[in-house]
Design a protein around this ligand. Structure first.
Ligand SMILES: NC(=O)c1ccc[n+]([C@@H]2O[C@H](COP(=O)([O-])OP(=O)(O)OC[C@H]3O[C@@H](n4cnc5c(N)ncnc54)[C@H](OP(=O)(O)O)[C@@H]3O)[C@@H](O)[C@H]2O)c1
Length: 469
């Protein structure tokens, strides 16, 4: 009898199964396409105690009771399909853990449906890609605490380990785990886009080669910007295509794909009324990138006259570093605010500093700055978007001139900076006591009698702005 079952032997499932087995647990695995199970056992399993099954019944029967089954299958309908296949063989008290990038509302529904059948369910965000899954991912499990307790020991062991502890915690009730993973991905989209915008400026304005940009990125990675995304970016810059000998990044088509988590983050933020402009514009940037043909066609129709300026390259590089730090900070600020609001609305009971702690290792957005963000949040847990602190204001104000300069410079050279600019605008909006929303209210009242409130007296007002007949 094996201790853990795992279904879905694609990239993530294979590596997670090996990780679990290497921590001393016996694992049963199953994959819809049997061939993959065979290949996995033959090619990757060495001394690990992993057994493959080719039908779901014998897979379930191979597990110790109460059974603990991790799903690493494609998000969406496949998760429901697998649950339906499992159900006839499961018993009350068994536990299913969905480790995929499931939509949090699907997870809430599944938790409810399975609870009625006496089956426990955890929705667990897993971040770190294939290397993370193998060597230690960041795990974000949510659901009932009873379900978490059943697998806590395994999860804590297989998670990435940092000086602040294992990158796994009980995130909260219901779909809290998948919600936090979704926002993690939203922040990931924003940081990836911000890095790409900075790269674009170095490439097109400073005329740097990928090699030179790699050197700058590596330098930044040794400082405050130290992070997984910075690290892979400098490695990408230096990577040469075997076939052509050219830098591979220059040969990659500029159409960014997406699987949905970034879009869900923005949609949810809009639903909950929390401003996440940088996260949303990162999704928009990917959508814009997809219109390659139109972009190429239109670029030929626009005459671009570039300013004749002599730039101090070292200064621009310092400004770019500051601008990126500004954008990374404000992207986390927006994401954490959204998680906090969701925690209240859906009664998840999420501990935000704990979320930052489990993002410190294993995951794609792991970064040195997380310690600083935790420090700010730990000083005042009500400071949910991190902005209400002298430390954050001074951090951002130190970089304000840089991000202003960088975004203006980019515009002079016709370079779009959706995330960098929106990070700046988010901050400027949040520190502005008077926004022009008064005019919007007046317009709404003018054409739709939507009413408005005044700053000089209490009440709800409507004005006949002009006679309608
Ligand atoms: N890749 C990453 O870096 C990453 C990182 C974090 C989280 N995730 C999430 O982790 C999950 C697994 O990701 P992945 O990249 O390893 O694989 P994937 O490409 O998302 O999914 C492939 C797996 O799903 C199975 N599957 C698809 N439809 C099925 C169905 N109707 N019934 C049963 N099984 C079905 C496939 O089985 P067959 O072999 O039979 O087709 C295969 O095992 C996904 O939710 C993904 O979003 C991925």
């Amino acid at each position: 009898m094996n201790e853990i079952g795992l279904i879905g032997l694609a990239v993530m499932g294979q590596n997670l199964a090996l990780n679990i087995a290497r921590k001393g647990y016996s694992v049963s695995v199953f994959n819809r396409t049997s061939e993959k199970t065979k290949e996995f056992l033959e090619e990757r399993v060495k001394n690990e105690k992993i057994e493959g099954y080719h039908d779901i019944k014998s897979f379930v029967e191979s597990l110790k009771k109460p059974r603990k089954i991790i799903l690493m299958v494609k998000a969406g309908k496949p998760v429901d399909d697998v649950i339906q296949e499992l159900l006839p063989y499961l018993e009350k008290g068994d536990l299913i853990i969905d480790g995929g990038n499931s939509y949090f509302k699907d997870t809430s529904r599944r938790i409810k449906e399975l609870k009625e059948k006496g089956i426990l369910y955890l929705g667990m965000g897993v971040s770190g890609g294939e290397a993370g899954a193998l060597h230690g991912p960041s795990l974000m499990p949510g659901g009932s605490i009873e379900a978490y307790e059943m697998v806590k020991d395994v999860l804590l062991k297989i998670a990435a380990q940092t000086e602040s502890g294992p990158c796994c915690t009980y995130v909260g009730n219901d779909s809290a785990g998948h919600f936090v993973k979704m926002v993690h991905n939203g922040i990931e989209y924003a940081i990836m886009q911000a890095i790409s915008e900075v790269y674009d400026i170095m490439r097109k304005i400073l005329k740097f080669s990928p090699e030179e940009i790699g050197d700058v990125f590596e330098r930044w990675n040794n400082g405050e910007l130290n992070s997984f995304l910075m690290e892979i970016s400098f490695k990408i810059m230096r990577y040469k295509d075997e076939e052509t000998g050219k830098h591979l990044v220059d040969l990659i088509l500029d159409e960014a794909e997406q699987k949905g988590t970034g879009k869900w983050t923005s949609q949810t933020a809009l639903d909950l009324g929390i401003p996440t402009p940088s996260l949303s514009l990162a999704v928009e940037a990917r959508s814009l990138s997809f219109f390659k043909e139109d972009r190429v066609k239109l670029s030929g129709k626009v005459k671009k006259t570039y300013p004749d300026v002599k730039l101090d390259k070292e200064k621009v590089i310092k400004d770019l570093e500051n601008a990126l730090l500004f954008s990374v900070f404000t992207s986390f600020s927006q994401g954490l605010w959204l998680i906090h609001e969701a925690s209240k609305t859906f009664e998840y009971n999420i501990d935000l500093p704990e979320v930052l702690r489990i993002w410190k290792g294993g995951c794609i957005i792991r970064a040195k700055i997380l310690d600083f963000l935790r420090e700010i949040l730990n000083e005042n847990k009500e400071n949910v978007n991190l902005l209400d602190s002298d430390k954050s204001i001074s951090f951002l104000m130190d970089k304000l001139d840089s991000i202003r300069y960088v975004t203006n410079l980019a515009k002079e050279f016709y370079i779009p900076t959706l995330v960098l600019s929106s990070s700046l605008d988010y901050f400027l909006s949040m520190v502005e006591g008077n926004l022009p929303a008064n005019l919007i209210q007046a317009q709404r009242d003018f054409f739709g009698a939507h009413t408005y409130r005044r700053i000089d007296k209490e009440g709800i007002f409507h004005t006949e702005w002009e006679p309608i007949d």
